[in-house]
Design a protein around this ligand. Structure first.
Ligand code: PLP
Length: 395
């Protein structure tokens, strides 16, 4: 397969001519939105910090959009994960199970609490944590003691499972949920990339992050909506939501003048300016989702006749936001071709990206516990993220 031809086809999808500006994988977009108006309101009124009213407005909009009862807005997705892990009781010395094919923030949030990331393999269709691999690993190393799960090899407590909805493709969350229920392990969904993605459960769709005990979102600049930097904790559990709000605002007891804090809290709330930007962004989310499906269909049609090139798709009973539309090279020895495709595209200022280096291969996580990771190792050689900004489709 010819890398030049592959890049030419990508250019066709993008209506790309060399005079066009540089194209990144996912770019923010503020034209024709209320961003300027809402941020101006913050500046005009002086409410710029997290005490402003846009924070709760933005949270209501997330709740409405996702159908999940509570959303707590915080300063980024990594912090949202750390809070969720803390709420289910992850503490220093505990192991937390997660997939290795994800952004480093998933593992870092565990480490920030003194926890130890323990890697579980992914599966072919969704690129998310593999329920069979999780089951195998639990049967291999886990024992139940007084309702807690321990790793009998390391002696450490296993205190949560964190699957990731990779590139916005929903993971096999119901099967993972069943296993977590069986082992009484808390389930936290890293839905940082999956705002707008959902899975069908009996007759209705449940938004990613709404099946686990908690879910988390990120609103970083490259995500489907952005607040500059930001994140949210999602949950249907009021106790978790109340505690997340309390702990992310320095655990201060509301009082007109006294500074009483009843625990060691964090200063993690999303500032009002960022929340105002978020409110303007979420208004345009349905239109973005629509454009992304059109873009995905264009890529699919463009590559349909190439046997070894696949455009990754949502699996049955799942709806993907297609945050990062992803190409999979199905030939043997995919790395050489991938390198050539990346070189070719970067020369024409289309900045394609390979998927992340597996977290268990990074220096700080090299010695961490892990199950058999053969599918993750296999997939990590084959994936390329394509330009996926919804504004690439112009109305
Ligand atoms: C973006 C992202 C995060 C972290 O979010 P930040 O807002 O950048 O801290 C965590 N997990 C995944 C899978 C992400 O893509």
């Amino acid at each position: 397969m010819n890398p030049i031809e592959i890049n030419d086809r990508i250019k066709l999808v993008l209506n790309y001519s060399d005079s066009l500006k540089e194209t990144y994988i996912h770019e923010p977009f503020f034209e024709k939105t209320n961003a300027y108006k809402y941020i101006k309101d913050c500046l005009d009124t002086g409410w710029v910090s997290s005490s402003g009213s846009w924070v709760s407005k933005f949270e209501s909009l997330i709740q409405e959009f996702t159908g999940i009862k509570y959303a707590v807005a915080v300063s980024n997705g990594t912090v949202a994960l750390r809070m969720a892990l803390h709420l289910v009781g992850v503490s220093s010395g505990d192991e937390v199970l997660l997939p290795p094919l994800t952004f480093v923030g998933t593992a870092n949030s565990i480490s920030h609490l003194g926890g130890i990331p323990h890697f579980i393999d992914i599966e072919y269709d969704s690129l998310g944590m593999c329920p069979k691999a999780l089951e195998r690993r639990l049967n291999e190393v886990a024992v139940l003691k007084d309702n807690d799960v321990y790793n009998k090899i390391t002696g450490r407590k296993i205190s949560a499972v964190v699957p990731v909805h990779v590139f916005g493709l929903p993971a096999k969350i119901q099967e993972l949920k069943k296993l977590c229920s069986k082992w009484k392990l808390p389930l936290i969904e890293d839905a940082a990339e999956a705002l707008g993605s959902k899975s069908r459960v009996s007759s209705k769709y449940i938004h990613c992050g709404g099946i686990g005990d908690l879910g988390t979102l990120s609103f970083n600049g490259n995500k489907i909506i952005t607040t500059g930097g930001g994140g949210a904790i999602l949950t249907n559990n009021k106790k978790f939501a109340d505690l997340a709000k309390h702990l992310s605002t320095t655990a201060k007891i509301p009082h007109p003048w006294d500074f009483i804090h009843d625990q060691i809290g964090w200063n993690d709330r999303l500032p009002n300016i960022n929340a105002a930007l978020g409110a303007s962004q979420i208004e345009n989310l349905p239109a973005k989702l629509k454009n992304k499906r059109i873009l995905h269909a264009k890529y699919k049609a463009q590559f349909q006749d190439l046997q070894n090139i696949e455009i990754m798709e949502e699996t049955e009973n799942n709806f993907s936001n297609y945050w990062l539309i992803t190409m999979r090279i199905n030939s043997d020895n995919p790395q050489e071709l991938r390198e050539k495709i990346l070189n070719e595209s970067h020369n024409s200022k289309i900045y394609l990206r390979p998927s992340w280096k597996l977290l268990n291969e990074l220096p700080m996580y090299k010695k961490n516990p892990c199950g058999d990771l053969s599918e993750a190792i296999n997939q990590s050689k084959r994936l390329i993220n394509l330009p996926s900004s919804p504004q690439l489709i112009l109305d």
